[in-house]
Design a protein around this ligand. Structure first.
Ligand SMILES: C[S@@+](CC[C@H](N)C(=O)[O-])C[C@H]1O[C@@H](n2cnc3c(N)ncnc32)[C@H](O)[C@@H]1O
Length: 309
């Protein structure tokens, strides 16, 4: 259980949790320069979701540029900014938003550290192109001297028992016992109907995705900021690891959901999918629906190499 803190509706550096209802540009005006250690967000993708008005791409990019510019002003010199996006779709033709947002960040002098592919299994089924099963997170820092901790986010090794077989280290384990670098392709289930974290919000972050950023890019007591907070995931992940959290959300119904989740998190009963939990494999789990009913079972199964007649 996390200590119970007040949820403030206005930003002050002395607070721990700020849940601002309104436009992120208004919240940004109250955030001092260089005070945020991690800015992590998923903006509207301009695809006509219920919380956005579809704009032409140029107007959308201008709006994003204004928010990115102001966000970068609040970013610590040792901090990171991570923008999670998918595709803008224009009459069936896709424009990967990270490619058109990239110059906005680099023109502000930021340095790109990774373009992370977030792979998931669930989403729209396309009929005229392959269904989209990844989105990207573009990670930039303000300087070369940025906070980055690999150890808390290492993942299990593929062959933990592997040893050096020659040289001075022969016989010793060759891998890092803390696990391996998670790499830049992250397979993390997205929050769809059966996900334990699902709320009414149509596209919330899974908490484990943001925990990875919080643990690797911040220290305890640092601020984590999400300008497009939605269901409050970034604040939940921040609090879980003793960081402070601030976010803006325009729609009251999502602010209510965010408040509820933050309160549950502090009370210790927000249900989330644990970090590094293996992805559900229906076949391995023995799910009876994984066989194809329209394929006849083989009557004379093929013999394996050492089978006897
Ligand atoms: C893609 S969702 C983000 C979901 C979030 N990552 C989560 O975990 O729930 C974008 C959110 O930004 C909100 N939004 C759109 N324009 C905004 C603005 N100018 N300021 C603040 N929030 C905004 C939308 O209502 C929507 O909930």
């Amino acid at each position: 259980m996390i200590k119970k803190y007040k949820i403030s509706d206005e930003f002050a550096i002395s607070e721990r949790i700020v849940l601002y209802q309104g436009d992120c540009l208004d919240l940004l005006k109250s955030i001092p320069g260089e005070s945020m250690q991690l800015i992590v967000t998923s903006p509207p993708y301009n695809i006509g979701k219920e919380y956005e008005k579809k704009l032409n791409l140029q107007t959308y990019l201008e709006q994003q540029a204004a928010i990115i510019r102001e966000s970068v002003r609040t970013l610590s010199p040792f901090g990171s900014i991570c923008w999670q996006v998918g595709n803008f779709v224009d009459k069936g033709s896709i424009i990967p938003l990270d490619t058109v947002l990239y110059p906005i960040f680099t023109d502000l002098g930021l340095k790109m550290r990774n373009r992370i592919i977030w792979h998931f299994e669930h989403g729209l089924h396309c009929s005229k192109r392959f269904s989209g099963r990844y989105e990207t997170i573009i990670w930039f820092t303000k300087s070369n001297n940025y906070v980055f901790h690999l150890d808390p986010v290492r993942v299990p090794q593929k062959y933990p028992g592997k040893k050096h077989f020659r040289g001075p280290k022969a016989g010793k384990y060759s891998c890092n016992p803390l696990g391996k670098n998670p790499g830049d392709i992250w397979a993390i289930p997205n929050v769809k109907s059966n996900h334990v974290e699902k709320t009414e919000h149509p596209c919330q972050f899974p908490v484990e995705l943001i925990e990875r950023f919080v643990l690797s890019m911040t220290n305890e007591g640092d601020w984590v900021f999400d300008p497009f907070l939605g269901a409050g995931t970034a604040i939940v992940a921040a609090l879980r690891h003793q960081r402070k959290g601030v976010g803006a959300e325009t729609l009251a119904k999502y602010v209510d959901i965010a408040r509820d989740r933050i309160e549950k998190e502090m009370a210790g009963y927000l249900r989330t999918r644990p970090m590094n939990k293996p992805i559900y494999d229906p076949k391995a789990a023995g799910n009876s629906l994984t066989g194809t009913p329209w394929t006849k079972p083989q009557t004379t199964p093929q013999m394996a190499l050492f089978d006897k007649k």
